[in-house]
Each structure stands twice: as C-alpha cells, then as structure tokens.
Design a protein around this ligand. Structure first.
Ligand code: C2E
Ligand code: MG
Ligand code: MG
Length: 271
C-alpha cells in the first residue's frame, strides 16, 4: 500500500508538469459516415508520453488530474493543440469539406470560470471556425445539473461551438437532458452498441434512441463499433455516423491524412 501511494504521489507530481514539458500527445479517432466510410470528424484523445512508463492512456491520469485539481493546464493544452491541428488539416485539404474536431471536457473543466475565455482563445489563435468544434460532455457530468453547468453550456453555445453528450445512456434520466441543455448531438455509449448484432432487445433499444435523436435533429454517433455485423445493424436502424475500432483506432495526425486519402482514392477508383 505504501509503495502504491508513493507511486501515485510521484505520478501526480510529474503530471503537474506534463503539459509544460511537452509530454502530452493527441491521437485522433475518425468518426465516419456509415453509408460511405467517409471521415466527417475526429475525436481528440489525449495520451501521456511518460519518460519512464511509456505511453499512458487517459484513464491512467485524467481521473487523477481531476481529483487533484490539476486538469487546468492539461485541458488548455488539449484544446489549443486540437484547434491548431484542425486548422492545419483545413489548410492542407482545401476544397474538401473540413473535418470537425471533437474535444472532451471533464466535469472540473466545465466548472472552471476561465473555460469560456480559453475556448475563445483557442479558436482565435487557430482561426478555426467555431462551428467545427464540438465539445463532448459525459452524461454523468450533466447529471450534476448545477446552475454553473447550465450557464457554461449556454456560454459555449454563444461562442458558436457545438455540444454533444458523451457516453449517452449511462446516466439516469438521459431524455430530460435533451430538452434541458442546448445539445447538438449524442454519442451512444459503447455498452449499448456491444450486443446490437446478437441481441434483439438491445437492437430495439438502440433503434429507439436513434429514431428519437434523428427526430430531434441531433447528430447521433454510435461509439465502439468493432464488427461489420454491428455496423450493418446500425445502418438498418437508421444510424448515420459511427466511431470504433472497426473503422479506425485513434490515429496520429499523419495516419489521419492517410486514412482520409485512402478513402478518397477508393471513391475515385469506384467512380
Ligand atoms: P470517450 O470520450 O468515450 O472516448 C472513447 C474511448 O473509447 C477512447 O478511449 C477510445 O480509444 C475508445 N474506443 C474507441 N473505439 C472503440 C472500440 O471500438 N472499442 C473499444 N473497446 N474502445 C473504443 P481512450 O482514448 O482510452 O479515452 C478514454 C476516455 O478518457 C474518453 O472516453 C474520455 O472520457 C477521456 N478523455 C480522453 N481524452 C481526454 C481529454 O483530452 N480530456 C478529458 N477531459 N478527457 C479525455
Ligand atoms: Mg468522448
Ligand atoms: Mg464516450
């Protein structure tokens, strides 16, 4: 226990400097149109290139950063780097529809008074169009439903960015959030997608969510698509966009370019 605690303290101390030391990296997971395979957006997912422990996934340090109140610099870095990258791609692929960028916001980040200024700053510095930025907020964060959360979401909308509920379906009263908050899209949690190709009831449930979401004109992303049979079922249920290992794992920026190019070439050779 003692050793564990020391390790944790050490990790925490290192985490405080990870952003300044340039140890954070972003991978980008494609979000694709299910009918064509065309990439429409990417989700920025942070990793920590730790000097001795190797590449750490977000679950190994984001909860710790949240708990210790040191998410601030990490969140700022993620936001500004994601916007810069979106802009680089836009400049590089002129003439094709620009990729929109999804960035995750944690509960603490949403509580921080400086958040709105930071988002405005990241957009301005990158000259990125605000409508191309989607902030993903986990449903359990919305469950807190404090005045602050509500106000922050309104303020984000004022900046022109889009809002999506992440891990949709994992909270208690998901449906009420759709009315209460100025939401543009939902991401159906992977746990619901898991058995849609084998379990009739799961498929019915997901089908109902998709129908409702489409009716409300929300963008509906199915998360965690791992197999062709899930993708086929999603299509038949009316889903238009998905994300998951079947299409692509989180990629480096240059791999995203290759992914987007290959698609374009396939389209050309099919035409
Ligand atoms: P999330 O936002 O729901 O992101 C999706 C997670 O599911 C990613 O894990 C992704 O790699 C994984 N995933 C995608 N497709 C599949 C699939 O087909 N099968 C399976 N089994 N998994 C799939 P990752 O990168 O480990 O991120 C975990 C969570 O950490 C994210 O969940 C998000 O809540 C959080 N996170 C990531 N980056 C950031 C960040 O920059 N800021 C904040 N605040 N949180 C972040
Ligand atoms: Mg997310
Ligand atoms: Mg999610």
């Amino acid at each position: 226990m003692h050793a564990d605690m020391l390790q944790r303290l050490e990790l925490e101390a290192e985490l405080r400097h990870a952003a300044d030391r340039g140890e954070l990296v972003l991978h980008y997971q494609p979000i694709v149109e299910l009918s064509s395979g065309r990439i429409t957006s990417v989700e920025a997912l942070v990793r920590w290139q730790h000097p001795t422990r190797g590449l750490l996934g977000p679950l190994a340090f984001i909860p710790l950063a949240e708990e210790q109140g040191i998410i601030g610099p990490i969140g700022r870095w993620v936001l500004s780097e994601a916007c810069r990258q979106a802009r680089r791609w836009q400049d590089r692929f002129q003439g094709v529809p620009p990729l929109s960028m999804h960035v995750n916001l944690s509960g603490r980040q949403l509580q921080q008074p400086g958040l709105i200024a930071e988002v405005a700053q990241a957009l301005e510095a990158s000259a990125m169009e605000p409508g191309l930025l989607t902030m993903e907020i986990t449903e359990t964060v919305l469950m807190a439903d404090t005045e602050t959360v509500s106000q922050r979401l309104q303020d984000l909308k004022q900046l022109g960015v889009r809002l999506a509920i992440d891990d949709f379906g994992t909270g208690y009263s998901s449906l009420s959030y759709l009315r209460r908050f100025p939401i543009d899209g939902i991401k159906i949690d992977r746990s619901f997608i898991d058995a849609i190709d084998t379990d009739r009831e799961e498929a019915d449930l997901v089908g109902s969510i998709i129908t409702l979401s489409n009716r409300l004109k929300l963008e509906t992303v199915a998360e965690g698509v791992e197999r062709w049979s899930q993708l086929a079922r999603l299509r038949s249920l009316g889903a238009s966009v998905g994300q998951g290992y079947y299409m692509a794992v989180p990629l480096s920026p240059s791999e995203v370019v290759t992914f987007a190019r290959e698609f374009t070439m396939e389209q050309r050779s099919a035409a």
